[in-house]
Design a protein around this ligand. Structure first.
Ligand code: E4P
Length: 294
């Protein structure tokens, strides 16, 4: 059991209530949970149905997603459960908002996940005005994080932004730098956006997230098990992060940019290849569970 609870809130990155329960007994607590279409497609109940030859209708998939988050909801603390809208590259803000409004009613501690795209940002802007908590996902650039800040200014609830560390590492860039840069940029802000380190692949990612003061980190079961097996190490004051990939090759640093958080959110360049790829991957994983309608 973890006795020295870090300041960074720990969320489970998964889609299986049984797994969340197991992690809760491993750590003694779970602050929150993040889900996404890929993780829901991997849920054991959904996988069982698929293995038995039952593809789901879109409505059944939504119903399953709702059941899953309703089981997870009471297990977690005040960081809530993030539920992701089903969006493709053509999804409009009002369609995402309609889904988000519905999903927000599923559980009392919901955060609605929208992608860091122009339409996702528009949906988020409208959501926070309606009191819907949001988690802006697939964040790969400081510009996107600046836009999240500007679009959600005035939100009464904390807004989450999720920089995806591992996926930047995967293409040779130092994903932890993005977390560092966003934290630095937000020092000049009003604190309404909390940084949620996501796509965490290693104990080092987790420790560096603590060290950088990320408000939250979402962590897959595998990394939490490894952390527990190593007896929950914590970063010390002179912690240094080795920015290398799995083969020991150095990751390319991501330079800090001086961005003005007071600019209108539409003025930031939101384009990032990995955001588009990420949306396409979520669509593909979601589609893989679906029955083709005639
Ligand atoms: C969480 O909100 C993200 O969807 C998740 O961390 C993505 O992780 P991955 O890059 O391992 O898919």
């Amino acid at each position: 059991m973890l006795t020295n609870k870090p300041k960074t809130k720990i969320l489970v990155d998964g889609g299986d209530p049984e797994e969340t329960l197991g992690i809760k007994s491993l750590l003694g607590f779970v602050d929150g949970q993040t889900t996404n279409p890929s993780l829901i497609a991997k849920n054991p109940e959904i996988q069982k149905r698929l293995a038995a030859g039952h593809l789901l209708s879109a409505q059944e998939e939504t119903d399953e997603y709702k059941k899953i988050v309703q089981s997870i909801s009471p297990l977690v603390g005040d960081a809530g459960v993030s539920i992701e809208v089903f969006a493709d590259l053509d999804s409009r803000a009002d369609e995402m908002l309609a889904q988000g409004q519905e999903m927000f009613t599923w559980i009392p501690n919901a955060y609605v996940k929208y992608p860091c795209t122009h339409e996702g940002l528009r949906a988020a802007e409208m959501s926070v005005q309606k009191g819907i908590r949001v988690n802006m996902t697939l964040c790969f650039s400081q510009e996107q994080a600046a836009a999240v800040y500007a679009a959600t200014k005035g939100s009464k609830e904390p807004v989450y932004v999720s920089p995806f560390v591992g996926r930047l590492d995967d293409r040779g860039e130092d994903g932890m730098d993005l977390v560092r840069n966003i934290k630095k940029m937000y020092e000049r802000g009003d604190g309404h956006v909390h940084v949620l380190a996501a796509s965490i692949r290693t104990i080092d990612h987790l420790l560096c997230s603590f060290f950088l003061g990320a408000e939250l980190a979402t962590v897959p079961n595998k990394v939490l098990q490894e952390w527990a097996a190593a007896d929950f190490p914590m970063p010390d004051h002179d912690f240094t992060y080795k920015a290398v990939d799995a083969k020991g090759k150095s990751l390319k640093p991501i330079a800090y940019k001086d961005l003005d958080l007071n600019l209108p959110w539409e003025s930031f360049d939101l384009a990032h290849e990995l955001t588009s790829k990420g949306i396409q991957k979520f669509v593909a994983d979601y589609q893989s569970t679906l029955r083709r309608s005639a």
